[in-house]
Design a protein around this ligand. Structure first.
Ligand code: BGP
Length: 473
């Protein structure tokens, strides 16, 4: 439904944009930084993380562009191995200095820093030492890392995100390291439990150290529609949401495992080990808000038990139709949505899905929400006049923002919007072949060229949106 007299975006709405450390900074072995698991495992078919957008050396130029764009806030992530090259222990002075300088630069330019503590880049030394997220030892190391961040940056950063896309970390092979001799499913649920404990502990620490700040997770969600109104498909879509989303969000907000997922885990011998006090710790660490990464919706149908199990095949090359849908016999199977357009990576473009999801999260959790990622990846080149005419991106953002405004009118407490990404950076799946949002970085996967920054058409469009607080949509 539309409203006759819709209210506008709130006056203090955080018009923002997002990036993450390993995708934008480069300098992956500079000034004392050690390697992370992503540095070592990123899809080698494309560029590596050594230079990416060279933001480490050009952050002042980049912040000047943010200011020109009119950003009210900027979401970035902090690299654990830059701050603590040994994963724990001595703080790398130059590493922490980089973030202090970045935050100072942002604040001097009137931009609110929004910091993500963990965006996939675990120090590889901790992976080697005790298996990273598979060991409970990481909970204390993560807490120590958080303590260092809150101590040095807590005074100047009000909004913090604990962990980026915990659920998706189990989907992509570059983001986590698994033991190939053990059941993958069991490992995933064990690691998920440990990661949730680390998230909860960081919130407890935050309450003590940064009492006036706000903290929450950044969750990656692609909601599942039923393929038809056959009740079997409706139930399959609910279960897909339970497995892919609500398992994680219920834990974060209510501190319990959904009964149906827990029973599934027990029956299939994949339940994580829960120790005394675990669930109390999680339940006692309710976030202040939910961060939402939303790019697309999905469609699922019931999957008869007779079908063969299939994993998702990700389209990493940007060739339409290369996606292989997941099949979980007896539960659900993925499918495509005939009503929606798709990007070259087969991501289904669904602005209304965002309104539906925002309302659903609001009804379930009653927490303020910030959109921590949303955007469209595309293959882009400069024209002869050194311009990028990304009209499809303007349409994408415009349509999604229009649905955000409707959701606010529906009653959702949406307080910010961070398109992914502020500038071209290393796509996790597809290198520099897949570019996102406002500033073009003049390089290709194989050729560093001059790394100069060029404003895309969407830059000027978003600037206008921010200036008018969304009225120009
Ligand atoms: C999210 C990640 C980001 C970013 C984005 C786009 O899942 O949090 O780090 O990579 O997806 O994904 P891709 O780079 O695969 O297009």
């Amino acid at each position: 439904m539309k409203y006759k007299n819709p209210t506008a975006f709130p006056q203090d709405f955080l018009w923002s944009a997002a990036t993450s450390a390993y995708q934008i900074e480069g300098a992956y072995l500079e000034d004392g930084k050690s390697l992370s698991v992503v540095d070592l495992n990123i899809n080698s078919a494309y560029a590596d993380t050594s230079i990416t957008s060279d933001h480490y050396h050009r952050f002042k130029e980049d912040v000047a562009l943010m200011k020109e764009l009119g950003l009210k806030a900027y979401r970035f992530s902090i690299s654990w191995p830059r701050v603590l090259p040994n994963g724990r222990g001595e703080v790398n002075k130059k590493g922490i200095e980089f973030y202090l300088n970045l935050v100072k630069e942002l604040k001097e330019n009137g931009i609110e820093p929004l910091a993500t503590i963990y965006h996939f880049d675990l120090p590889d030394c901790l992976q080697k030492e005790y298996g990273g997220w598979s060991s409970r030892k990481i909970i204390d190391d993560f807490a120590y890392y958080c303590e260092v961040l809150f101590e040095h940056l807590g005074e100047n950063i009000k909004y913090w995100f604990t962990i980026n896309e915990q659920s998706n970390m189990f989907l992509l092979p570059y983001l986590m390291v698994f033991d190939t001799d053990k059941s993958l499913e069991k490992q995933k649920y064990e690691m998920n439990h440990i990661m949730t404990l680390a998230h909860a502990k960081s919130i407890q620490l935050f309450r003590e150290m940064v009492p006036s700040g706000k903290i929450g997770p950044a969750i990656g969600i692609s909601p599942n529609y039923p393929k038809s109104c056959d009740p079997k498909d409706i139930q399959a879509s609910r279960e897909a949401d339970d497995f892919r989303t609500y398992l994680f969000t219920d834990l974060y907000v209510y501190g319990h495992y959904r009964p149906n997922i827990w029973k599934y885990m027990l029956e299939n011998n994949v339940a994580p080990t829960i120790m005394e006090g675990d669930l109390e710790l999680i339940a006692g660490s309710k976030p202040d808000f939910l961060g939402l990464n939303y790019y697309q919706s999905r469609v699922v149908a019931y999957a008869p038990e007779t079908l063969e199990n299939k994993d998702i095949i990700l389209n990493t090359g940007g060739n339409k139709g290369a996606t292989g849908y997941e099949v979980i016999p007896g539960i659900y199977q993925g499918s495509s949505n005939q009503y929606l357009e798709k990007t070259d990576w087969d991501w289904e473009v669904d602005p209304i899905g965002l309104r539906v999801l925002l309302n659903d999260l609001n009804d379930r959790y009653h927490l303020p929400i910030i959109i921590t990622e949303n955007g469209i990846g595309a293959i882009e080149e400069l024209t002869k006049e050194r311009q990028v005419h990304d009209y499809y991106r303007i349409n994408y953002l415009k349509n999604h923002l229009a649905q955000c405004r409707l959701a606010i009118n529906d009653g959702v407490k949406l307080f910010g919007y961070c398109p992914w990404s502020f500038m071209d950076l290393l796509s996790t799946t597809s290198g520099f072949r897949k570019r996102y949002e406002f500033v073009f970085v003049n390089r290709e996967d194989e050729d560093l060229m001059d790394l100069s920054r060029i404003k895309k058409d969407s830059f000027y469009w978003y600037k206008n949106i921010i200036e008018t607080n969304g009225d120009m949509l």
